[in-house]
Design a protein around this ligand. Structure first.
Ligand code: HMS
Length: 231
């Protein structure tokens, strides 16, 4: 079942170690088939070198395992909440990539200091609040998803395709699993650049709103003109 999606999700997962975003098994990618109401996710705790497409786990949107020999990723309930809340996304990534996780551990959003950031994320990359003791005790992974959703009240998840979770790490998303990985790579790079920017200057300012608008909207939305798609 969903063999093509399993293949895509497997390939996207294998991009995480290839792009230096995961150490050991510290990450996961999923992708959804909205028509069938199911998503495919990496199994929990299996070494990337041993993963095969057939190891990917199929889940339904009630959180039931539909197919797979292994337990799904421990972060599956977070992915599930995000798929339910953000109807436009088709893939999700979670990593503990070092620069993004450093901002998450500091409990700080990543400010937009330049055009690399503005090309992909419109404004700051937010940092979701830490969970209460109760939220950690009861359904921790589901509540991680719910605080991300809380953070995005009034924000467009297509304009800000990622988030940091306080004390934890980044989640990112995209139209499919591979685009979500692309955004995870960008998130890590801009987190690194922002940290270095703050090291280099005693007084730092976010990029002017004009430049943020220019760079984001030349790549996204109805007036985008970047690239050669369709040529
Ligand atoms: O945060 C953690 C573990 O603390 C997980 O995201 C990470 O190790 C990946 O777990 P899975 O192998 O996907 O279950």
């Amino acid at each position: 079942m969903l063999e093509e999606l399993k293949e895509q999700v497997y390939e996207a997962n294998m991009e995480l170690p290839a792009k230096g975003l995961v150490t050991y098994t510290w990450g996961n990618v999923s992708g959804i088939d909205r028509r069938k109401g199911m998503f495919v996710i990496k199994p929990s705790g299996i070494a990337y070198e041993e993963l095969r497409p057939s190891d990917m786990v199929v889940m339904d949107l009630d959180g039931n395992k539909v197919e797979g020999d292994y337990h799904p990723s421990s972060d599956t309930p977070t992915h599930l909440e995000l798929y339910k809340a953000f109807g436009q996304i088709g893939g999700i990534v979670h990593t503990h990539s070092a620069w993004a996780t450093s901002w998450a551990q500091a409990g700080r959003p990543v400010p937009c200091y330049g055009t690399t950031h503005a090309d992909y994320f419109y404004g700051q990359i937010p940092c979701a609040r830490g969970l209460s003791a109760e939220e950690i005790r009861e359904e921790y992974e589901k509540n991680t998803g719910l605080v991300i959703i809380e953070t995005f009240q009034g924000k467009n998840p297509s304009y800000v395709p990622g988030v940091l979770c306080t004390n934890h790490g980044p989640f990112s998303w995209g139209k499919d699993a591979m685009e979500a990985v692309h955004n995870a790579v960008v998130l890590e790079e801009v987190a690194k650049m922002a940290a270095r920017t703050e090291q280099l200057r005693t007084e730092v300012h976010e990029a002017p709103r004009m430049i943020q608008d220019k760079h984001f909207f030349r790549k996204h939305g109805p007036n985008a003109y970047y690239g050669n798609a369709g040529k």
